[in-house]
Write a protein that binds this ligand. Structure first.
Ligand SMILES: Nc1nc2c(c(=O)[nH]1)N[C@H]1C(S)=C(S)[C@@H](COP(=O)(O)OP(=O)(O)OC[C@H]3O[C@@H](n4cnc5c(=O)[nH]c(N)nc54)[C@H](O)[C@@H]3O)O[C@H]1N2
Ligand SMILES: Nc1nc2c(c(=O)[nH]1)N[C@H]1C(S)=C(S)[C@@H](COP(=O)(O)OP(=O)(O)OC[C@H]3O[C@@H](n4cnc5c(=O)[nH]c(N)nc54)[C@H](O)[C@@H]3O)O[C@H]1N2
Ligand code: SF4
Ligand SMILES: [Mo]
Length: 716
């Protein structure tokens, strides 16, 4: 039997309407849905390869348990046996050491994200993590909430396109980030929106822009302050909007008075005339959208960098107007995370919360544990022991800073459970590996764009693979065995609860597939912004009360040519990691032949001047080293990059190696990063971009070679 049904792709943060064809219980074809306003028929290379991923021979199909004793390896067990034993061992750790000794881990933006948070709250542990959060999106969300009383995101779906899009550390034509699909942004550029890109690389999106500001990594706050200075000094801001709807303008104006383009130029490496031109055009072309990406967050000045941009965007007044920046609506009810079930004394034990108040404290948007503090507790038992970890789709060995420390931490646990689609380096360290369902096998409801929820999609479970089960099911099964609160509630009731305010029930949404809700513009005109002053808070009293600067400033990155000239003698280039490429989602898809063919090797981008100085030719294997480690990648020489900068892929491991773990060290960007302080003072962010590195020619790695992390990181 063959049938085609409407759904929504969730390989990335998602949002592409999809038509899924299933034949005899297998997904055989996935194409873009022309009727979806998100993607209008388009799909990326990954989405189109959904059948290859769903039917991949390496998919995990049944639960497995590590064999006791030295022989190692796995044995197949039934779901009953696996769930019973996991629940028993979780309960034993909880009873011995308290629920906080069990941590939960998960990956970026998956369907089951909030269900993991719910599980943590019900279990009574404050310690859950995700490798994004402090390093991804939480600074943008938190700062938007503090400054605007809600998230703000570009309007690409109405009749009016933006006149200007300022891409800042963001490459959406490749990354389709946070539930925004790049094709909508590309269409806005096609319709005449003027693009300005601020990025060390002139990436795919920047090549569609009229201006490119190729700044030095980690100097964004200085550049933003200079643009604010120009816009204020030249009176190019929207005076009426600023007077009526912002608070603290005079303080901001005084604060940036000395932050002239001449001041910012030597810091950022961007010519003063270019700063002035970018500021003038951004202020003149309205409505304007700021498209900010993770490039502004993976540094230890994340809070103030994001704040500087939040202030900049307020000055041009394109807030909640057609073609401007939409203020969130969120038509669905918030996920029932059972936050009220977490006792206060447990919340207080959240690792890192006391120090990083906007990551884990009571003002945090989605309180989570600080990863370096949590992983150190696994290794050292300080400030208290963490002995169990249940992971739902996170490849920590590839995506958390300092992969060596991650491995040591996981090896200290009494119980590691990993729910996964494929065997990964992280899963290979586990006591239990559970086979998770892939998106065409999962039912859920979800609102897009994530910040506004104007489109509510139904994603039906259309197929099954082996014994794979949705993570929500796994969590509910464990919850029941542990006797946790609300664990008898069927998952359908959770979806129905979320849908209730839309007036459309689950059964109706199942029939119609998608629900469109019109956006209401200029919502603030009736009751103001949802901040204490009812205005946009350029001067943030809330931050001041928490002990953080109420006005944004630039802080030089701690490992840079300016702050560490001593180190820069040996490590002369600025390293950025993790610029996205189309073929892979973070650490995924290296085993998917149709994608790997297009991108067979890990890539290090560098400027022709660097190549000349180092004697490197395009396509050569090179070693990239920081004071912490050394990895190998293939050089891609391109003039479209700041000549001080080397940009490397993240997330690499080699499924074709003798074991997943053996393939985890050759090109792992997180052997080069550090989880040590300094951190961002509010979020505890560690630095993944803007470190120092050096380069050397290297031999090509053999396919079957077993790599181990280099014990002498300085050797390169
Ligand atoms: N050096 C460096 N490190 C980085 C970054 C960087 O730029 N540079 N970026 C950081 C950022 S922004 C993020 S968000 C993180 C992402 O980090 P992760 O979320 O850990 O990365 P992924 O590889 O996307 O996902 C991890 C695993 O989830 C599995 N998976 C996919 N879908 C499902 C599912 O439905 N259920 C289950 N159980 N498993 C599933 C995949 O097979 C994969 O192995 O990485 C961070 N790490
Ligand atoms: N195909 C694909 N799509 C993805 C992902 C993926 O792995 N693959 N990952 C998903 C995830 S988890 C995320 S968070 C999003 C990220 O989506 P984006 O934010 O759009 O993407 P990135 O490519 O990670 O980073 C954007 C840019 O930051 C630049 N950059 C690095 N350091 C700095 C700096 O100091 N300042 C400035 N201004 N720019 C800097 C890089 O050159 C890069 O071009 O993408 C999501 N979508
Ligand atoms: S952009 Fe994301 S949602 Fe769209 S097809 Fe690609 S992976 Fe799927
Ligand atoms: Mo992310």
């Amino acid at each position: 039997m063959r049938r085609t049904q409407r759904s929504v792709c969730r390989i990335c943060h998602g949002g592409c309407g999809a038509l899924v064809t299933v034949e005899d219980g297998r997904v055989v074809k996935v194409v873009g849905d022309r009727d979806s306003p998100m993607n209008q028929g388009w799909m990326c290379v990954k989405g189109l390869r959904t059948p290859e991923i769903a039917n991949h021979p390496d998919r995990l199909e049944w639960p497995r348990r590590r064999r006791p004793g030295k022989a190692g390896g796995w044995e197949r067990v039934s779901w009953e046996a696996a769930l019973d034993e996991i629940a028993e061992r979780v309960a034993a750790i909880r009873d011995r050491l308290g629920p906080e000794a069990i941590a939960l881990g998960q990956g970026t933006g998956r369907h089951h994200y909030m269900h993991v948070v719910r599980f943590a709250n019900a279990l009574g542990t404050p310690n859950w993590y995700e490798p994004g959060l402090a390093q991804c999106f939480i600074p943008r969300v938190t700062v938007s909430n503090l400054t605007y009383g809600g998230y703000v995101t570009g309007d690409y779906y109405g009749d009016t396109p933006p006149a200007c899009i300022l891409f800042w550390g963001s490459n959406p034509l490749v990354s389709n980030p946070d539930g925004k699909i790049g094709i909508a942004i590309r269409r806005a550029l096609d319709r005449g929106a003027v693009g300005i890109a601020v990025d060390p690389r002139r990436h795919e999106t920047a090549r569609r822009c009229e201006l490119w500001l190729g700044l030095r990594p980690g100097t964004d706050a200085a550049l933003a302050l200079a643009m604010i200075q120009v816009i204020i000094a030249e009176r190019r801001y929207d005076a009426e909007f600023v007077a009526r709807w912002t608070q603290g303008f005079d303080a901001l104006a005084a604060h940036v008075a000395d932050c002239t383009p001449a001041w910012a130029a030597p810091i950022t490496g961007v010519a003063p005339e270019l700063i002035v031109e970018a500021a003038r055009r951004y202020a003149a072309l309205r409505p304007a959208v700021l498209e900010w990406g993770v490039g502004i967050e993976q540094n230890v000045n994340a809070l103030q960098t994001v704040r500087a941009l939040a202030c900049l965007r307020a000055l041009v007044g394109s807030i909640d107007v057609p073609g401007g920046e939409l203020l969130s609506m969120q038509r669905m009810r918030a996920y029932p995370t059972l936050a009220e079930q977490l006792p206060r004394e447990q919340a207080r034990k959240r690792l890192g919360a006391e120090r990083f108040k906007l990551l884990g404290g009571w003002r945090a948007y989605m309180p989570s544990a600080h990863i370096p503090t949590l992983f150190a507790a696994m290794r050292t038992g300080e400030p208290y022991p963490v002995k169990g970890l249940l992971v739902f789709g996170n490849n920590a060995l590839a995506t958390v800073a300092n992969a060596r420390a991650v491995r040591r931490s996981l090896e200290c646990l009494d119980l590691l459970v990993v729910s996964e689609l494929f065997m990964t380096p992280t899963a290979e360290l586990a006591d239990f590996v559970l086979p998770a369902a892939f998106w065409p096998e999962v039912e859920q409801v979800i609102g897009y764009p994530l910040a506004t929820g104007n489109l509510v999609y139904h994603q039906p479970a259309l197929t099954r693979r082996g014994e794979c089960r949705p993570d929500e099911w796994i969590i509910d099964q464990l919850s029941r065995r542990l006797g946790l609160p609300d664990s008898e509630r069927p998952f359908e009731a959770v979806m129905a609860h979320q849908l209730e305010p839309t007036g459309v029930g689950l059964d109706q949404l199942r029939r119609q597939g998608v629900l469109r809700l019109p956006h209401r513009y200029r919502k603030y005109e009736t009751r103001g912004f949802r901040t204490p002053s009812r205005r946009i808070e350029l001067y943030s009293k809330a931050l001041e009360r928490l002990g953080y600067d109420p006005l944004p400033s630039h802080v030089e990155p701690p490992e840079s040519p300016r702050s560490r000239p001593d180190l820069a003698r040996d490590y002369p280039y600025v390293l950025i990691t993790g610029s996205r490429r189309r073929e892979f989602f973070n650490s995924e898809h290296r085993q998917v032949a149709g994608l790997r063919r297009r991108a067979p090797d890990p890539r290090a981008q560098l400027h022709p001047e660097v190549a000349r100085a180092e004697g490197i030719a395009d396509g050569d294997w090179i070693a990239i080293a920081t004071p912490r480690g050394r990895i190998r990648m293939r050089a891609e020489i391109t003039p479209e990059i700041n000549p001080e900068v080397v940009s490397i892929d993240h997330g690499w491991w080699f499924p074709e190696a003798p074991s997943a773990l053996a393939g985890a060290w050759r090109a792992n960007a997180n052997l080069l990063t550090s989880d040590a302080p300094p951190y961002d003072p509010a979020f505890g962010t560690y630095q993944l971009r803007g470190l120092l590195c050096r380069l050397a020619p290297a031999s090509a790695p053999a396919a079957a070679e077993i790599d181990e992390p280099d014990d002498d990181p300085a050797r390169a």
